[in-house]
Design a protein around this ligand. Structure first.
Ligand code: SF4
Length: 252
């Protein structure tokens, strides 16, 4: 299958490299936690992560896995049973249906859905192929590449990543999907993982959606956001919340 072309402008890899280095100085080089999750488990985990926090979606995932260890059997499980198991993560009815549908479509579309097979497909083709499945977008598809296949050049764009890259002026895009297409081919070699993880940490602790802590921000001098401000009511560093460091897809 041929990857679709997109009209979104590509960005300079140099800017992304500077950003990756700055974030590395603040947050360090993230280390992968343990062995890669199975691709199907990763997909189910991303469905469970919608509209909830990492802790509750992890609980939902653990409940589901504890009761139905083989996720390829989820398409024949009772929707009500799945709903009950994942209730802690919210909108359980919708997620239960989405999970069943994804497993069915994956089985129809892929002869094998293991890491080795998916790796051979190639990132762009895999992402576009997964995107044809109902309920899977660019972010989820790129997460499969990054977390389940271990492709360090993959770069999922979620709302944190989209917001920060736009505030910094690295991209000027309206949606995470457009941001993804603008940066996906410019990620410095082997740095997709650390850039993605560190941007999420930065978005959760410093460059938050509503009240970014521009005072003391390590990227202040390279940030092009007109709303940035050095005003602060406190000179205390942002509170370090362990919950902001838990990465669901790292702990599947
Ligand atoms: S200066 Fe403010 S808006 Fe810019 S990256 Fe830092 S926290 Fe975000």
């Amino acid at each position: 299958m041929k990857a679709r072309s997109h009209s979104t402008r590509r960005v300079s890899g140099k800017k992304l490299e500077i950003l990756a280095r700055r974030l590395r100085d603040s947050f360090g080089v993230p280390v992968r936690q343990h062995s890669f999750p199975e691709p199907l488990e990763l997909l189910i985990a991303t469905v469970l992560s919608q509209n909830t926090n990492d802790i509750n979606s992890h609980r939902a995932f653990t409940n589901l896995k504890g009761s139905i260890p083989d996720f390829t059997a989820l398409d024949s499980a009772s929707p009500l049973k799945i709903e009950r198991l994942i209730k802690v993560g919210g909108i359980a009815k919708k997620k239960s249906r989405a999970i069943i549908k994804i497993v069915r479509e994956i089985k129809k579309k892929f002869n094998r859905f293991d890491r080795k097979t998916l790796k051979r497909i190639g990132r762009d083709q895999l992402v576009e192929s997964l995107k044809e499945i109902t309920g899977i977008g660019y972010k989820t598809a790129a997460c499969v590449s990054l977390f389940a296949i271990g492709d360090d050049d993959a770069f999922p764009v979620d709302t944190h990543v989209h917001r920060i890259l736009n505030r910094l002026g690295i991209v000027d895009e309206k949606t995470p999907d457009k941001t993804y297409n603008a940066v996906k081919d410019s990620i410095p070699s082997g740095m997709g993982y650390q850039l993605h993880i560190n941007l999420i940490k930065f978005g959760r602790t410093t460059c938050t959606s509503q009240k970014p802590s521009c005072f003391g921000c390590p990227l202040y001098d390279i940030c092009g956001w007109v709303g940035k401000s050095m005003k602060t009511t406190s000179n205390k560093p942002p509170v370090r919340d362990r919950r902001s460091e838990f990465m669901l897809l790292e702990n599947v």
